[in-house]
Design a protein around this ligand. Structure first.
Ligand SMILES: [Zn+2]
Length: 376
């Protein structure tokens, strides 16, 4: 009961803007100078896709210190409220603020929404109203699917009230009951391997393929629309977010890319950034990660840590830090050069991504310890 009351209280606060609603200043920032509009302007100023890898982008006349974002990485412009809503196919739509994405299905019995990113927030009901006014379907959200439990992707769930049927993996419910966050009510319908959600004659298949980005990440497959939603695994047009999206199981995150490719999707909703994904986007990311892995396997057998022992003496952590930093830099350098101009922000997160591949896929989970293997 306590939990139920706190849900209602939080919902009331969010609805009345006492808290939960984004500050007006942030909304204006996202609408006016947000990622998509700002980056598009930068790409136009600097001539679009990168010609010279060393050339830094200019933002407001200042050098950002990073290469410009290729135009191909950017999505459609946002409206005055700071969002874009578009049709995927048939009754299936997506909405973005340039950084995050949600998906929704309109039916004759109500709307099914997948995720509710906090940064899109109150623009989610605005986008749904816009679409359902045009297609004559009811605007009421009756069902919500959680891609996974993380707050950035479902932190605005409270906006849809306490009566929505929420569906997620069994582990998602466990995690959300633990987190006890009024903005993220735990799913009341859970499943283990597979769940077919049918609303108003429309269908989504929810499938669990094991842990990857998080222990509860699911694949949301729209068979009629040939669309797949999989969050925090692919980053269309961009390199993956820091440390492969701070994923909890790196070998299985890498494998999840291949599992995704086994579905015959034509459109990917990846949960991040300003546009949808194509199969070519996914193939390019798979190649980027494979290149990091090849570099990491080479580095573990070729980078000599002796100088770090000499430099740092009895400070074991300093020795390891220097070793890991040197390994990450060595792995990242050729990969960054190869993907600059093809994947946005290759010069921002490739060193962090190299560290993650080296530390988990090669050393800890891969069992290749190189100079730190079994003592002779
Ligand atoms: Zn996440």
């Amino acid at each position: 009961m306590t939990h139920q009351r706190s849900e209602h209280a939080a919902e009331a606060r969010a609805m009345t803007g006492e808290s939960g609603a984004p500050p007006a200043s942030r909304r204006a920032f996202l609408a006016g100078t947000g990622a998509v509009a700002g980056a598009a302007a930068v790409a136009a100023l600097t001539g679009g896709p990168l010609a010279q890898p060393a050339r830094a982008a200019e933002v407001g006349g200042r050098s950002s210190g990073y290469a410009p974002v290729p135009k191909s990485a950017l999505g459609p412009p946002l409206n005055a409220d700071g969002y874009f809503v578009g049709q995927i196919h048939g009754d299936l739509y997506w909405v973005t603020d340039g950084a995050y994405q949600a998906m929704f299905l309109t039916t004759e019995e109500g709307v099914v929404i997948v995720d509710a990113p906090a940064t899109i927030g109150h623009n989610l009901p605005r986008a749904i109203d816009e679409v359902t006014r045009a297609n004559g379907r009811p605007a009421t959200v009756t069902h919500q699917v959680y891609s996974h439990s993380h707050s950035d992707h479902i932190g605005a769930s409270v906006l849809f009230g306490p009566d929505v049927v929420r569906i997620g993996h069994r582990e998602c419910r466990t995690l959300l009951l633990r987190d006890n966050d009024p903005n993220r009510p735990a799913p009341t319908v859970t499943f283990e391997d597979r769940y077919t959600l049918t609303v108003g004659g429309r269908r989504l298949d929810l499938v669990y393929h094991g842990p990857n980005h998080s222990p509860d990440t699911i694949f949301i497959w729209a068979p009629e629309q040939q669309a797949l939603m999989l969050v925090d695994v692919f980053f269309p047009g961009w390199v993956p977010w820091k440390q492969l999206a701070v994923s909890q199981d790196i070998p299985d995150w890498i494998k999840a890319q291949d599992v995704a490719m086994s579905y015959p999707w034509q459109t990917l909703v990846a949960g991040h950034l300003g546009r949808l994904g194509t199969r070519a986007d996914a193939e390019l990311q798979i190649a980027y990660v494979a290149d990091l892995l090849a570099g990491a396997r080479h580095t573990v057998n070729n980078l000599d840590p002796t100088p770090f022992f000499k430099q740092y003496g009895d400070n074991a952590w300093a020795i390891y830090k220097a070793y890991l930093d040197a390994a990450s830099a060595q792995i990242a350098a050729p990969v960054t050069a190869r993907y600059l101009g093809k994947l946005a922000a290759a010069d921002v997160f490739t060193v962090d991504n190299a560290f993650t591949v080296f530390e988990f896929s090669v050393r800890e989970d891969g069992g290749m310890q190189g100079p730190f293997g079994i003592h002779p």
